[in-house]
Design a protein around this ligand. Structure first.
Ligand SMILES: [Zn+2]
Length: 288
């Protein structure tokens, strides 16, 4: 369960963001600092990530990993009073900063939120302690081991042939809650006992009443908006019956519609989301 140690003598620092819970040494003043206030990250006044030295010396730090070889730490602040800076939500941050920093910020929010909601032992009510070197806690009384767990969700770009001589069509949906103004992809959480693939088939059946085939894995993205520890897994698929029309359940979804790949709506998911990467890749593949 132990994450990779960083900073070993014979390994060069790795580029980008490397998650880790064992940074091999205590926080140093010039290390990256990601204080979390409520559900937001506190950045410096000029909008960059702060340093450990910016906060009081007795701040309790939680290891996150490294960004371009520099150790990064999070802390849970009850208030941002007295600390200069600007609190930012993950979505607005991820829309602006490079991907490795967005991922680091997402991990800071996920780990801090998880620790906040995993303070007491669920079996015997004792206060949990940190498991050194791991993103995990343990009960000192009954020994219960509480690793941070991920919720996995799947999303799928479903296409079908367009009318004769026209581009392929992509199924887009509107959700009843969350970002209701966007045309999105069919998505949902994976149930215990389910594979990623069977979750796609179940969600497509439940949400729009369709069957799909040619299911293919596309990629994944850690996601920090829907709650702590969400991993999105994206797929592409073809409608099993090219003439079948979607039927929305009216509960999770309010609308579902086939759009020509050359006539997609403007209200699409943001550029930093795997939903958008899937849609863009589907459009590109449709041009070939
Ligand atoms: Zn216990």
């Amino acid at each position: 369960m132990t994450g990779p140690a960083v900073g070993s003598a014979n390994t060069a620092p790795r580029a980008g963001f490397q998650p880790g819970a064992d940074l091999g040494r205590p926080p140093a003043p010039t290390d990256l600092a990601l204080p979390v206030v409520g559900a937001k990250l506190l950045l410096t006044a000029d909008g960059t990530v702060g340093r450990v030295a910016d906060l009081p010396a007795d701040t309790p730090w939680v290891p996150l990993g490294t960004l371009d070889g520099v150790p990064a730490w999070a802390t849970d602040l009850a208030t941002a009073d007295g600390i200069p800076g600007r609190a930012r939500g993950w979505a607005s941050l991820a829309a602006e900063v490079p991907e490795p920093l967005a991922t680091l910020a997402g991990r800071a929010l996920a780990v801090v939120t998880w620790r906040r909601t995993h303070r007491w032992c669920g079996a015997c009510r004792a206060e949990l302690t940190d498991q050194p070197g791991e993103t995990a806690r343990r009960c000192p009384d009954c020994g219960l081991y509480v690793p941070m767990q991920l919720s996995t969700a799947v999303l799928v770009a479903i296409t079908r042939p367009g009318p004769a001589g026209r581009a392929d069509e992509l199924l887009l949906v509107r959700h009843a809650t969350g970002p209701t103004g966007l045309w999105a992809l069919v998505a949902g959480f994976v149930e215990a006992g389910e594979t990623l693939e069977s979750a796609v088939h179940r969600e497509v059946g439940e949400e729009v009443g369709l069957s799909v085939d040619q299911l293919a894995y596309f990629g994944s993205q850690p996601w920090a908006i829907s709650g702590p520890g969400v991993l999105l897994a994206g797929f592409t698929a073809r409608a099993a019956d090219p003439r079948a029309e979607p039927v929305v359940d009216g509960r999770e979804l309010t609308r579902a519609h086939w759009f020509g790949l050359d006539a997609l709506p403007a209200e699409l998911p943001p550029a930093y989301s795997i939903s958008r990467w899937l849609i863009d890749a589907t459009v590109t593949a449709g041009r070939r």
